[in-house]
Design a protein around this ligand. Sequence first.
Ligand SMILES: Cc1cc2nc3c(=O)[nH]c(=O)nc-3n(C[C@H](O)[C@H](O)[C@H](O)COP(=O)(O)OP(=O)(O)OC[C@H]3O[C@@H](n4cnc5c(N)ncnc54)[C@H](O)[C@@H]3O)c2cc1C
Length: 392
Amino acid sequence: MECYDVAVVGAGPAGAMAARTAARAGASTVVLEEHRSVGFPVQCAGLLGVKALEEADLPSGSWRMGSLRGATVHSPGGCLLSFKARSVRAWTVDRRLFDRAMALEAVRAGAELWLRASVRSRRFDGQSLLELGDGRTVRATVVISAEGVKARTARLAGIAPPEIMLSGAQVEVPFSIQDREMVEVHLGAGGARGLFGWVIPCGDGSARVGLCARENACRHLRKFLASPSISRRMKGSPLNLNLGGLPLGPPRSTVAPGILAVGDAAGQVKPTSGGGVYPGLVCARIAGEVAAAAAVERDCSESRLSEYEERWRLAIGRELSLGMRLNRALCSMTDGDMDELVNHLASREDLIHSIEVLGDIDRPSVLAARLIPRLGAGGLRMAGILGRAFLK
Ligand SMILES: Cc1cc2nc3c(=O)[nH]c(=O)nc-3n(C[C@H](O)[C@H](O)[C@H](O)COP(=O)(O)OP(=O)(O)OC[C@H]3O[C@@H](n4cnc5c(N)ncnc54)[C@H](O)[C@@H]3O)c2cc1C
């Protein structure tokens, strides 16, 4: 049986960052990945803000596909709001290559990576004994569950699931794009509530077209693809279909004796955009540091590991809880409300300027705090709906 200070379950971006950090801190570290290659299957639109890439801290590589500076927001009734910043605000990435680059950094830092290593169960007797699907066992002082939405090991340890599980669906399809530096956000896409629909240019004449919904994203996606604003720009059949869950709202505790949960496993996803890579990386870095220190001290008690809980909540907890309120406000809006909001914002040069200057998909609360009080008389009802959600 192999023994490690830290065992990370899952080689997604959160797992790779946690392992890289723990290994750099001197902990013997193993990453257990159930698939036979890292980064597959892709369950992501691959849009990462500049802060996410700073946090990933990777050498440049072919995972970076194209830069983005702005967005056009489409309301259900066809009102449009466009804004474009002077500088690059986000990147489209090839998630398969991005995850591979993240895993490479973890291995370079000294972590071992085991492929086809599916963790089936965990027993805890002061240390964790992980049993793999093929009968192998791994002993570790601290386990980091970075398993994504299923998070079997975390749930078995009593770490609760996230508050809400959205369903996401996306196709890559040949598409007519006007501006390769702009994404499209479609509110109420395909009649769905939960988040929004998107069109993300891939830079090669295709686009990623998808949406997230409270339930049955595939059914809503079919409707979205058939809508006139999308169907007339599709230039052929979809090349692939990408499905996945999106966990919103972290559980009350992300720590249990001998184990902590990061990334999707802990519901660390931005409720305003569905982006999980940035918050996952921020929290995984903290998880790696705490796990390595706890392992060196041979103290994997829940109270020792709760340092992770305190630090990640300090770093992004407020952003995630404000995001949940904004998400609920968006879900409570009728199509008419969304038309009214987009129409009002589009008529206000000052607000568009603020969005261009302050817009940050990784920290949307900064912009929301600035915009909501300034919606003014014309947007009074909207200010009420959003403000109530924001200030509650
Ligand atoms: C349709 C869709 C679009 C999205 N678009 C974006 C976007 O544009 N930008 C963004 O930031 N986020 C996006 N997300 C969210 C993002 O993909 C996730 O938040 C992110 O991948 C979470 O990273 P993670 O490392 O926590 O988990 P994952 O990336 O899910 O990695 C978990 C890993 O654990 C492995 N694993 C699971 N169970 C076990 C086990 N028992 N044993 C061993 N290995 C195991 C899995 O194989 C996987 O490799 C999107 C999600 C969906 C569904």
